[in-house]
Design a protein around this ligand. Structure first.
Ligand SMILES: [Mg+2]
Length: 191
């Protein structure tokens, strides 16, 4: 029996990986701390990327998250299940892993670095950038923000969406698990 082997074409080498919504369960941490402060409030909506629609305090959520409770939310957020192993596995597979994250202020940057240290997250390079499409030397972006993904896709690179309740409007390639993402970059599939 002859087994046809697919010719291995290394299409993608340098991977851009987002943190919040991809590796770190940021919104889970926001909800946890929010409930401690407002135990009687209910989460209104998880379908919008903008946190101000999620909670009864509306736009006050920005100060709540990025200023008043930044350490508690950022540092004590949990990694998503298998996130740490996923990053190690990318290294094992020989990819260059560039973490690309957008953070609104210096405290968020500081506690994000601390979080990465705390969990000994594997990566080659860490870039803080709100306009992710401007980051050169990455072939692929794994992100949960429709805006970031659309802008990145416009540069003719592969923008892969991690399926979350707040990014249903992204129409490009989408994965539900880290395994599916690895398969996509290995096979060059775009759904
Ligand atoms: Mg994100």
């Amino acid at each position: 029996m002859i087994i046809k082997r697919k010719k291995l074409i290394v299409k993608y080498k340098n991977l851009g990986i987002d943190i919040d919504g991809i590796l770190r369960n940021f919104v889970g941490s926001v909800e946890r701390v929010y409930k401690e402060h407002y135990p009687e409030h209910k989460v209104l909506d998880r379908s919008d990327y903008d946190l101000k629609t999620w909670f009864p305090i509306g736009g006050k959520i920005y100060d709540f998250v990025f200023k008043d409770n930044v350490k508690e939310i950022y540092l004590y957020a949990k990694p998503y299940p298998h996130a740490l192993r996923f990053m190690e596995y990318l290294e094992d597979l020989g990819y260059k892993v560039v973490i690309v994250t957008s953070q609104p202020n210096e405290d968020c940057v500081y506690y994000t670095k601390k979080w990465l240290e705390k969990h000994e997250v594997y990566y080659d390079k860490l870039i803080f950038e709100s306009q992710k499409y401007k980051v050169e030397n990455i072939d692929v972006l794994l992100d949960d923000s429709t805006k970031n993904l659309n802008e990145f896709a416009e540069t003719d690179r592969l923008a892969v969406c991690m399926n979350r309740p707040w990014n249903k409007d992204y129409e490009g390639p989408r994965v539900k698990t880290y395994k599916q993402f690895i398969e996509m970059v290995q096979n060059g599939r775009t759904n």
